[in-house]
Design a protein around this ligand. Structure first.
Ligand code: SAM
Length: 251
């Protein structure tokens, strides 16, 4: 990577309206040295390798997923707990990110039965749902706002002979559960977690559990202070600069 030291590698995934013309993206972006790769009818992946100081005029209204070098270098197929999972670079869920690892650890400590209902918010590659499935949980609702993530999770389900119907595309601010969860997992960016917290809690049964991850330790005390009496902290785990909570719903 030495010769690339002054470069950023970017990969952007955009969801495109069905009736939108991909040619417009190609005409706008290719002169900026960004290559546009249609992934499906509705999604384009835009890749670039460019100088640190390079400006990207015309890209202000697209939503960016900027990959760190570590993420960029991750393999596209990973094996987790005997499951072979595809995980394209733009999909979160290689299993080795501290926020995912912490969820895995806390999930391992939760008592799950074949009767448990699990909600996995922002499922990414589906990794946490698959681990719960391996523990005997068959009633799972898992969703993600990113259609590319859900296409990946569904492919992973098929590859591992797990029902793919549990995965759907949805924004958590529109979504409603079919039934309340015994265990809810939410590994989400902090700003979304904060805005969505009450909504997420309402999807969990009384005495049910929430695994909340994605908080940096600098945010942890603010997050804890924001929790009212409706939940109590059962466990808190820290890895690198990330914190993850197991919460019990009181009312
Ligand atoms: C940090 S990743 C977690 C992925 C996986 N659950 C894991 O633990 O590795 C967060 C996921 O939340 C999804 N997400 C972000 N905002 C969302 C929203 N409003 N509704 C549903 N999913 C959302 C992202 O697309 C991303 O896949």
């Amino acid at each position: 990577m030495d010769e690339y030291q002054n470069y950023y590698q970017l990969c952007v995934v955009c969801s495109v309206q069905e009736n939108e013309d991909l040619e417009i993206y190609i005409q706008t972006l290719e002169p900026l040295s960004l290559s546009v790769i249609p992934v499906s009818k509705e999604i384009v992946q835009i890749q670039a390798l460019f100088f640190e100081e390079k400006k990207t005029p015309g890209l202000t209204d697209v939503s960016w997923t900027v990959l760190s070098e570590d993420m960029w270098n991750q393999p596209d197929v990973v094996t987790i707990n005997g499951l072979k999972l595809q995980c394209p670079k733009t999909v979160f869920g290689h299993g080795d990110h501290p926020t995912t690892q912490l969820c895995q650890e806390i999930l391992r400590d939760c008592s799950l039965t074949s009767e448990s209902h699990l909600i996995d918010v922002g499922t990414g590659s589906g990794v946490l749902s698959f681990l719960a499935w391996q523990r005997g949980v068959s009633s799972i609702e898992a969703f993600d706002i990113d259609p590319f993530a859900i296409a990946t999770a569904r492919q992973n389900a098929r590859d591992n002979t797990i029902p793919e119907e549990m995965f759907s595309v949805s924004d958590l601010f529109d979504w409603q559960p079919q039934k309340k969860a015994d265990v809810l997992i939410a590994n989400l960016p902090i700003d979304i977690l904060e805005r969505a917290f009450d909504r997420l809690r309402d999807w969990v049964i009384l005495d049910g559990l929430m695994i909340v991850s994605g908080l940096t330790t600098t945010w942890a005390s603010q997050f804890e202070a924001s929790l009212g009496p409706s939940v109590s902290i059962v466990k808190k785990k820290i890895l690198d600069e990330w914190g993850c909570y197991l919460l019990k719903v009181n009312f």
